[in-house]
Design a protein around this ligand. Sequence first.
Ligand SMILES: CC(C)(COP(=O)(O)OP(=O)(O)OC[C@H]1O[C@@H](n2cnc3c(N)ncnc32)[C@H](O)[C@@H]1OP(=O)(O)O)[C@@H](O)C(=O)NCCC(=O)NCCS
Length: 221
Amino acid sequence: MPLHKVVYLSNNTKLYLWKITEDFDTLFSQVKLKDSSLARLETMKSESHQKGFLAVRMLLQHNDYSDFDLFYDEFGKPHLKPQGCSIKDVEVSISHSNDFSAIAISDSKVGLDLEQLKEKTLRIAPRFMNVSHLENLSEEEKIKKATVVWGIKESIFKIKNEKGISFPNHIFEDDFSFDDKKATATLKLNDNPEVSGEKFQIQFDSVEDYIFVCAFQSINN
Ligand SMILES: CC(C)(COP(=O)(O)OP(=O)(O)OC[C@H]1O[C@@H](n2cnc3c(N)ncnc32)[C@H](O)[C@@H]1OP(=O)(O)O)[C@@H](O)C(=O)NCCC(=O)NCCS
């Protein structure tokens, strides 16, 4: 299937979702890859991971970028070269999970995470979130909310790209309602009560049985 959905998250940020229904050969024949990406593709153990990787390149090509414009820093964070003669910085964040690949492209820092809904996320919720935020919800609602919180933490991590960030000890979600499709969270790396931490705005939504979460740095940090 071609592009599944484009979500306009703000004036300057778009999220693109690819639903992977093609087989490996179909995707492989449609993307142009640089040698380092071909080598990386060969090291991937599962075909599902390979297809997720190729679908990301399909999304780049849909936006007039290609694998040749994408590079990674030493921690694995992706970056895009500006298009043509533009001097504007472009930010990108990437996520893939089984049937879907997604990229967010923005002119401000953005972090994206895509997660399939699973009971396991709720089982491990006490390890990464404030479980009082799950009170008075049905099991199904708890799974959804815990998945959003996991996505909040992954997407903030992807913006910051710093070693040593602990999901339970450093990233704090404020309580939110799933129906609002937005939330706020704070990154606080320091125990000093006088340091207020860095605020993030979050947008999220469901697509089939997946949740995507996008984090943005608050402008009034
Ligand atoms: C790197 C990490 C964010 C990837 O997330 P994931 O859910 O496993 O996988 P996703 O599909 O959502 O994201 C993978 C993409 O993230 C991007 N990525 C990898 N490292 C990154 C980094 N340091 N910063 C930003 N983006 C990164 C890459 O684009 C990668 O895809 P690609 O290599 O195919 O281009 C994750 O593995 C991680 O290290 N998380 C933090 C660790 C942690 O603290 N975990 C649990 C604490 S309780």
